[in-house]
Write a protein that binds this ligand. Sequence first.
Ligand SMILES: NC(=O)C1=CN([C@@H]2O[C@H](COP(=O)(O)OP(=O)(O)OC[C@H]3O[C@@H](n4cnc5c(N)ncnc54)[C@H](OP(=O)(O)O)[C@@H]3O)[C@@H](O)[C@H]2O)C=CC1
Ligand SMILES: O=C1Nc2ccccc2C1=O
Length: 268
Amino acid sequence: MINIPRKELNDGSHIPKKELNDGSHIPIIGLGLAQIPATEVSDLVYTALKKGYRHFDSAAIYKNERGVCEGIAKWIKEDPGNNKRSDVWYTTKIFETEHGYEKTKNAIRVCLENAKTIGYIDMILVHSARSNWERRHGTWIALQEAVESGFVKTIGVSNYALKHVQELLEYKDLKIKPAVDQVELHPWLMREELVTYLQKNKIAPEAYSPLTRGMWLDDPTLVRIARKHNKSPAQILINWSLSKDSSAFQGLRSQKDWTVTLKSLISS
Ligand SMILES: NC(=O)C1=CN([C@@H]2O[C@H](COP(=O)(O)OP(=O)(O)OC[C@H]3O[C@@H](n4cnc5c(N)ncnc54)[C@H](OP(=O)(O)O)[C@@H]3O)[C@@H](O)[C@H]2O)C=CC1
Ligand SMILES: O=C1Nc2ccccc2C1=O
């Protein structure tokens, strides 16, 4: 079990951060916003910030980026002395249909337009590797230029297999290594070879669907481990993700129990 000092979580607002390979610091637990309707996401994000969440994971295909940023902006505006933009991490992703230099340049412009209420984007990920060498390469060059512009701080990839990461690291004009590879990661999908390769190359694995989309939360072995440690199955799974040196996202569907405190998700 990784140990997270309790004092850091006393008010629920000091989520531990992990340093990425570009020197940025990412809060290790994030709220995943896939499937949250655009009409609801702003209130959800605002409430989550009040509950202590500081890291939000969106994507162009979730069609809620603007609302996510509006929720963050509302929270900052409410108490600018205490609620700082620099304390929040906002990730979005560019989908495979936008691969290629020109298309990605344009997709970045759209992402920035959606994020204009918060000034800059903490991280943009290439959502998947599903195109070809030339288009993936063009996309990466466009993302490198976005970092040079200053409005995008960190760049990374998602759903990249080992061979795709390897390919990227071999670009002759590589200036910026991906900071993360966001992949599905949990005890039923451990991806040991990929995780070891990423760690060796100082690229952080980020765990998506760390709660197995709810599918394995009743697994007898998981339940037994959770009982033994007096934790919930979700806590055990989040802790497992964090032990892989990754950050993890709690996703929501029904939202019936989402206000479960952040503190309770981290075992210590
Ligand atoms: N890059 C990519 O291609 C992908 C990225 N992602 C990212 O990861 C995020 C999370 O992934 P997701 O697929 O939703 O899967 P998760 O593994 O996070 O599972 C979500 C499920 O877990 C349940 N849950 C949430 N919190 C708790 C808790 N404390 N105790 C018990 N159950 C809980 C939810 O329940 P309830 O139904 O009650 O809300 C929901 O049904 C996404 O929102 C997205 O940001 C996800 C998939 C692909
Ligand atoms: O690409 C994705 N497919 C998904 C399905 C469910 C939740 C998130 C996602 C993605 O990010």
